[in-house]
Design a protein around this ligand. Structure first.
Ligand SMILES: [Zn+2]
Length: 362
């Protein structure tokens, strides 16, 4: 059973649930107050806000949502979105009749495109990779340049070069292809140019992550939304049209059996953060693991460490629990509380210790 935490929070009125365990009285500012069950409370110091759906104790400092309240009662800690047994118990205590089962997600579509493009289309992909990479390196030191952005996310120039990271301005690919004698049809076949609109570039305004094999050939690209004119509604990570997103980094892995761990993350920047720190990693590029990716991972004879995003909604953990179920092996390693994702962790104290732990957890 998987749960939608947001739905659960909305379906269980906080004052009603808390009111089952302690007496609540109205106070100023929309707060209801009661004696905190988590510490020796002489005066009512636990406040419940119906409007925000949150509670906090002004005595002991514990706080959270309705789910955290039950979790504190049962386990003396806030809800751990990765601890399925605990979540089941919390939901049961809230009232199992109101638990909201979420249908199991359908696996993402399997690839409709061969692993390697051939002929002119493959050449177009390589030319685009080279163009995007040089464009990124030349994007300057202006605060709004994609290069400065990538550096600010902790990536060294060495990583940027080794991984061939790029940026698509959106106005140059067609003329580069023509001047190299490849023709824009090849760019259209590789899905880099829009077949109907001719010169329109698919990755315009995006930072481009290259999915490379071990010899440096470009197999695929993933474009991350960057230019403000793309708007917040546009897809954050886009794969080439006509192909499912790759398991980014898989083609670079040493697939011989070994005890060296491979970590599995959601986003391309998280994967590069791990690679830069000397740990092999792959990124799912979203929360949906396709059957093909699951097979690739389960065949890999190396230890797997799944690292979920720490998001309040718990979707990162939910996704990773599903991945591990489908793959059938691997350990889940949590980031410290308050750290959103691996990339956000790179410049924080404790990163090196955490990396050592990743290497040793079995
Ligand atoms: Zn308290």
């Amino acid at each position: 059973m998987t749960y939608d935490f947001k739905d659960l929070r909305q379906q269980h009125d906080l004052p009603t649930v808390v009111g089952r365990y302690l007496e609540l009285r109205g106070s100023g500012g929309g707060w209801l107050m009661g004696r905190c069950p988590f510490h020796e409370d002489g005066t009512p110091s636990l406040g419940v806000s119906r409007t925000s759906g949150s509670w906090r104790c002004f005595g002991c400092g514990r706080k959270g949502t309705v789910l955290d309240f039950i979790s504190y009662l049962r386990f003396d800690k806030p809800l751990d979105a990765c601890a399925r047994d605990e979540i089941d118990q919390v939901v049961a205590e809230l009232g199992s009749s109101l638990a909201v089962p979420v249908p199991a997600p359908r696996p993402a579509a399997t690839t409709t495109r061969p692993t390697m493009l051939e002929g002119p289309a493959q050449l177009a992909l390589h030319l685009a990779a080279r163009l995007y990479h040089t464009t990124l390196l030349a994007s300057g030191n202006d605060a709004k340049s994609p290069l400065v952005y990538l550096r600010s996310r902790g990536f060294s120039d060495r990583t940027i070069r080794q991984q061939g990271l790029g940026y698509a301005t959106g106005g140059m690919l067609a003329s580069v292809l023509r001047s190299e004698g490849v023709g824009i049809e090849a760019g259209q076949e590789a899905q880099l140019l829009d077949a109907e609109m001719g010169r329109k570039e698919f990755f315009a305004g995006r930072i481009v992550f290259m999915d490379l094999d071990r010899s440096g050939r470009v197999l695929h690209m993933i474009g991350r939304r960057f230019a403000p004119w793309l708007g917040d509604d546009s897809v954050k990570y886009l794969g080439l049209r006509g192909a499912s997103k790759p398991l980014y980094g898989y083609a670079q892995l040493d697939r011989r059996p070994s005890s060296k761990p491979v970590i599995v993350v959601e986003s391309p920047p998280d994967r590069l953060t791990a690679v830069q720190a000397g740990i092999d990693a792959v990124a799912v590029c979203g929360t949906a693991l396709s059957n093909e990716h699951a097979e690739q991972l389960s065949r890999l004879r190396r230890p797997l460490r799944f690292v979920p995003h720490n998001d309040e909604s718990g979707t990162g953990c939910e996704a990773v629990l599903r991945w591990r179920d489908v793959v059938g092996k691997g350990e889940i390693v949590r980031l410290p509380e308050g750290i959103k994702d691996l990339n956000a962790f790179v410049n924080e104290a404790g990163f090196q210790n955490w990396l050592r732990r990743i290497k040793s957890v079995c």
